[in-house]
Write a protein that binds this ligand. Sequence first.
Ligand code: 5GP
Ligand code: ZN
Length: 115
Amino acid sequence: MAEDCLFCKIFAREIPAKEVFRDEEIVAFEDIRPVAPTHVLVIPKEHIPTVHDLLPAHAPMLLRMFQVANQIADERKIDRDGYRLVMNKGPQAGQTVYHLHLHLLGGRAMAWPPG
Ligand code: 5GP
Ligand code: ZN
């Protein structure tokens, strides 16, 4: 657990969040400022600052993150219309929390290219 990391604290339940999934290594919760009808963040327990810090050993955990996002998409029945999975890396991409997280966005049409 990293000091002063918001998402480490959410994983440790030191800061409350509207959780939609939890197991030993992954938690998913509602984004506090949703930008779509479904906006869920999927995070690992391990403090990994950005997607650029991933190592080969993280592969099974990364797969689990995507599986959890897909499962939530199924539960919310947004799989047929489609959804977007996003990881922002660094300031230019809009990353604000430096603990790896996967955005699950759905429930409305989304533009491409992103802003
Ligand atoms: P990023 O901009 O780093 O890709 O995404 C960080 C996300 O975390 C943002 O969408 C932001 O709304 C969300 N967020 C920031 N602080 C909190 C918080 O305290 N609780 C929850 N649930 N989400 C947060
Ligand atoms: Zn962290």
